[in-house]
Design a protein around this ligand. Structure first.
Ligand SMILES: *[C@@H]1O[C@H](CO)[C@@H](O)[C@H](O)[C@H]1NC(C)=O
Ligand SMILES: *[C@@H]1O[C@H](CO)[C@@H](O)[C@H](O)[C@H]1NC(C)=O
Ligand SMILES: *[C@@H]1O[C@H](CO)[C@@H](O)[C@H](O)[C@H]1NC(C)=O
Length: 332
């Protein structure tokens, strides 16, 4: 879940270029998790094809130094939206898991934080978030949505309230078990050492074997394992949710044409708002694991599924581009 954020801020004029002296520019902010700086043509990659992003870079500015406020989704996103260190909004963690991974978890970005989205909304902008949120959802119940993007200045949301995890893709693997491996190993070692010690003490005749206690212990372990298995078997159904505004529209979401669906949402958002200033935050679900690509891109790159996913993202940037984007150099 370590992330390298890639930003492309496109600063666009609205409507007819040069028509009005008092123009409010449109903004499209594109963000991608886990995209390496060396994976884009404009930063020197020669084997991954990202012509559309490269062309934006050519007509704009490419930066080579950037400090993210955190190396994880949730805290770094809180920092991006608020311009404050994530610890100030309570979005950091001292524990190993520093991001939201369960839909039933409570907590999120406090609504009294000032996001740049709210500031633009106050200026009359229409604001949309397409893609990943990952800054919390509920406070007390599964329906209060107190940390939903709509409380943070967005007029429109289409995407994942949480994130894409390997567990969200059938046969995609289990990131939580991978993460908990060392804890489980330690627990198993402790139990084994305790049992061997007990056995030795019994053999030496120092204690009698506490069969009853061992039986209860065994039962407790079996029940715990069964509960964990049941939970993980349902992880995808419970946590991998696609929403439009406050309504769940797919549960669990499928990766099939998800990038295409997001792109089509983005272009309709731009289309709906062609007569007023807008902010579109295109928060890509790729190229965070679980990796996926639509059939048009599957197996087409020279860098496996990851490369396919990067190339599909580049396609998506272009589709939005042909509809609404005007490069920096043509700004008046
Ligand atoms: C281009 O990206 C791929 C995939 O990450 C990587 O394996 C390759 O080394 C990169 N090429 C260059 C020249 O950086
Ligand atoms: C938001 O409210 C909390 C709780 O009242 C407070 O601790 C925090 O400082 C507030 N944050 C801002 C940015 O005002
Ligand atoms: C995605 O796939 C679904 C089901 O096959 C289809 O109904 C929908 O039109 C597709 N959406 C896009 C944007 O391709």
């Amino acid at each position: 879940m370590k992330i390298l954020l890639a930003f492309f801020l496109l600063h666009l004029t609205r409507g007819n270029l040069g028509q009005s002296a008092n123009m409010q520019p449109n903004y499209v902010l594109i963000m991608a998790d886990d995209l390496g700086i060396g994976d884009l043509g404009c930063y020197g990659n020669t084997t991954l094809r990202t012509p559309h992003i490269d062309s934006l870079a050519k007509d704009g500015v490419t930066l080579t130094q950037h400090i993210a406020a955190a190396a994880l989704c949730t805290p770094s996103r809180a920092a991006v939206l608020t311009g404050r260190y994530p610890i100030r909004s309570g979005m950091t963690s001292f524990r190993r898991i520093g991001v939201y991974i369960f839909a039933a978890g409570s907590g999120g970005l406090p609504t009294n934080e000032t996001t740049f989205v709210k500031l633009l909304k106050e200026q009359g902008y229409s604001t949309g978030l397409i893609g990943k949120w990952h800054l919390g959802l509920n406070c007390e119940s599964s329906e209060d949505h107190c940390h939903h993007p709509l409380w943070h200045g967005f007029d429109y949301f289409y995407g994942l309230p949480l994130t894409n995890l390997r567990n969200c893709k059938p046969n995609g693997g289990n990131i939580i078990i991978v993460g908990a491996r060392s804890t489980v190993r330690t627990a198993v070692q402790v139990v084994i050492v305790a049992l061997i010690t007990l056995l030795l003490l019994c053999l030496l005749g120092l204690v009698t074997m506490p069969w009853k206690a061992l039986g209860f212990l065994f039962l407790a372990v079996v029940l715990l394992l069964a509960a964990l298995l049941l939970f993980f078997s349902q992880f995808r159904n419970l946590n991998c949710i696609l929403m439009r505004n406050r309504r769940i529209i797919q549960q669990p979401f499928t990766c099939e044409n998800l990038t295409q669906r997001m792109t089509s949402e983005a272009t309709s958002f731009i289309g709906r708002n062609s007569d007023r200033p807008f902010l579109l935050f295109m928060s890509f679900i790729p190229v965070h694991t679980a990796l996926y690509a639509s059939p048009e891109f599957l197996g087409k790159s020279r860098h496996g599924l990851y490369g396919d996913s990067v190339e599909e993202m580049d396609w998506s940037v272009d589709i939005q581009g042909t509809i609404a984007l005007v490069p920096f150099s043509t700004l008046p």
